[in-house]
Design a protein around this ligand. Structure first.
Ligand code: FAD
Ligand code: NAG
Ligand code: NAG
Ligand code: NAG
Ligand code: NAG
Ligand code: NAG
Ligand code: NAG
Ligand code: NAG
Length: 544
């Protein structure tokens, strides 16, 4: 990661065109002659970035008519994690792939529960679609609402610095433009100022890689005549065939570990799944459970119970991701301190802080409470984990769009801080550490759907949206997510019977998809009452 300031100093002569640095000597479009009344930069064109763009464009025309809204996306298309890496070899650690998507990736939740309100997947979409349907869904959303004039592909935000104080100021963004024909080659870089910055950079990009003693020694001692031993994070996982006939340890039982266990377990000579004490091995996977890894030595992987495996060829770490926003952090910016064991807390922090699990202090996981930046100047979409992203992103985005239009709808900074302390206190009262669970909505007092309902209800209460007496999250969406596993088993049975089209034919609208889930739930319940359900699987974490 290099930010522009360093790159320019290192290598490039500067030509300054107003506030535009043009590295390639190509003249960029001149700044618009009439300054917009508000300028907004969005970072990222995954589900979060598209949601905030939509809600801003949905504001009444008289409110936003002369605003400028630009969404910067570093990659070749929209879709975020659902857009796979370009063809070709994957980079090696520490270089990172663009996306964790692998060919066998399917959604682990039924797609009607994962949609933006009233924008369904196309007719005929399998209930648990592969990644490519989800990518096309995002592209179709951007296309349908004509986003292209706002979206700048191949534009990477390198640095964002706030020039101002707690009351007013501007963001100074440094942006790299990459040549689409030569991936990774920066051709231009420029600076631009904005009033508001909305960050939707995703949180499945920076792998969390545990450190164990002895890994280098173990890796260096691959027995003669066998393939090089390897340890990869799931972000690099692509094809189970790579593990055919090999002895593999999969670490973790979140969504990534679960998928690897199911897929690799089928082809490996032996597959083990190393688990935290509270977790059960993935139901249906051909894996042998093991406790946590303690360390490695020259020959073996040694576990916390003292047992050891001497013939392991490969490890796949489904150990999750770190919350990082490099363009807000050193060396590019000082807005967000990165500190794995911070002494500061939400009360005492003088900047934003990420402990790699939790970004604080934030109002409702969205607005910055950085003491030197106005809250509406910096917002985050998509931090919550263990949610259906599109509807959650849309709820957050409604609040952000309306707060950018009228900052008075937000409580005072002091009230927002008090709310945050109260939230953290409540979570502690439930026996959880708010700085450990971070943005994972696992607390009894803050479930995914209640969170979304509360965010949207707040907008109704301050008069920004009409009081319609309804909850934001539709009852069918709640039910569909609650019954995800049952629906997963139902859909497997539908596929086995070759009855996909029988169920999918004629299903188009949101209501019809809701009805399909309800009928399938009932059909599977009756079947399982008669024939018995699955063994009690753990209600383990699904998504990471
Ligand atoms: C393997 C996997 C499977 C998943 N399966 C499911 C599932 O089945 N159901 C479910 O509900 N959720 C699932 N999730 C959660 C998933 O993360 C969300 O569904 C959602 O798509 C995330 O959207 P996002 O916009 O927050 O982030 P992302 O999709 O990561 O998008 C962020 C975008 O920001 C861009 N960006 C980042 N930094 C910059 C920068 N500096 N400049 C310019 N652009 C930048 C990135 O290139 C990217 O396109 C899964 C996640 C993973 C990793
Ligand atoms: C939902 O979308 C459909 C198709 O675009 C449209 O006809 C309908 O009016 C929309 N309904 C609502 C409530 O917005
Ligand atoms: C879409 O954007 C283009 C380019 O600015 C514009 O000409 C066109 O009128 C827009 N279409 C719709 C339906 O908004
Ligand atoms: C896997 O190993 C078995 C036994 O050692 C061998 O018979 C088989 O050919 C191997 N398969 C592959 C695909 O290498
Ligand atoms: C590695 O540790 C295991 C378990 O303690 C032990 O059985 C094995 O002999 C050790 N190997 C080496 C080379 O120290
Ligand atoms: C934050 O830290 C300060 C100083 O260490 C401490 O007094 C305060 O109780 C802490 N607040 C929270 C909410 O943890
Ligand atoms: C802004 O919000 C405040 C608080 O809800 C409200 O009183 C005021 O009328 C709003 N202003 C506009 C222009 O809508
Ligand atoms: C499944 O869980 C229920 C409730 O916890 C329990 O009564 C039942 O015995 C369990 N069944 C199996 C097969 O473990």
């Amino acid at each position: 990661m290099v930010c522009l300031r360093q790159l320019l100093l290192l290598s490039l002569p500067l030509s300054t065109l107003g506030n535009v640095y043009d590295v390639s000597q190509t003249v960029l479009a001149p700044p618009p002659s009439k300054r917009p009344s508000k300028s907004i930069a969005i970072v990222g064109a995954g589900s979060g970035g598209l949601a905030i763009l939509k809600t801003i464009l949905d504001l009444p025309p008289d409110v936003r008519h002369d605003w400028e809204v630009i969404l910067y996306e570093q990659r070749r298309d929209v879709g975020g994690i659902w857009l796979p890496d370009p063809p070709g070899p994957l980079p090696h650690y520490p270089a990172l792939p663009e996306s964790p998507t692998y060919p066998l990736l399917r959604t682990n939740t039924p797609h009607p529960t994962m949609t933006y309100p009233n924008f369904t997947f196309p007719p005929g979409t399998p209930l648990f679609p592969t990644w490519d349907y989800v990518q096309r869904y995002h592209a179709a959303f951007a296309e349908h609402f004509n986003f292209s004039q706002h979206v700048r592909l191949h534009h990477r935000v390198e640095a964002a610095n706030w020039v101002g104080d707690a009351e007013e100021g501007e963001w100074e963004l440094e942006v790299h433009v990459e040549d689409p024909s030569e991936s990774g080659v920066p051709t231009k870089a420029f600076k631009r100022n904005f009033d508001h910055l909305v960050v939707a950079n995703g949180h499945n990009h920076y792998p969390n890689i545990p450190k164990w003693d002895g890994t280098n020694n173990w890796l260096a001692n691959t027995p003669a005549g066998t393939p090089q031993r390897e340890i990869i994070h799931s972000i690099y996982y692509r094809h189970p065939e790579r593990y055919t006939n090999r002895t593999v340890v999969i670490v973790g039982a979140g969504a990534s570990g679960r998928d690897a266990a199911l897929q690799v377990g089928k082809v490996a000579r032996v597959a083990y799944q190393s688990l935290n004490p509270a977790y059960e091995p993935t139901a249906g996977a051909h894996v042998i459970p093991k406790p946590r890894i303690a360390h490695f030595n020259r020959t073996s992987v040694v576990f916390e119970d003292g047992s050891a495996l001497h013939d392991v060829d490969a490890l796949i770490l489904g150990t999750g991701y770190e919350f990082r926003i490099p363009f807000l952090s050193a060396p590019c910016s000082s807005v967000l301190a990165v500190d794995k064991h911070p002494t500061a807390n939400s009360t005492t922090a003088r900047t934003l802080v990420t402990n790699l699990r939790y970004v604080f202090p934030l109002h409702r996981h969205i607005f910055s409470l950085h003491p030197g930046i106005p809250p509406t100047a910096l917002a985050f979409i998509g931090l919550p984990v263990l949610v259906a992203n599109c509807p959650s992103d849309m709820a957050q985005s409604l609040l952000v769009a309306h707060a950018i239009a009228n900052s008075s709808i937000l409580p005072s900074r002091e009230e927002m801080l008090r709310d945050l302390f109260a939230r953290e206190e409540k979570i502690r009262g439930e026996g959880l550490d708010p700085y450990y669970i971070g943005h994972r909505l696992v607390a009894e007092s803050e479930t995914d759907h209640d969170y979304q309902d509360a965010v949207v209800q707040y907008l109704k209460d301050v008069g920004a949206l009409p009081q319609d007496g309804k909850k934001y999250v539709e009852p069918w969406r709640r039910l569909g997510r609650q019954n995800s596993r049952l629906l997963g088993r139902a859909w497997e049975r539908v596929k086995q019977r070759g009855e996909e089209s029988k169920w999918l034919d004629g299903v188009r609208t949101e209501d019809e998809w809701a009805d399909l889930m309800s009928r399938l739930t009932e059909w599977q319940r009756i079947y399982e009452e008669k024939h018995g359900g699955p063994e009690n699987g753990s209600q383990s974490v699904w998504y990471l």
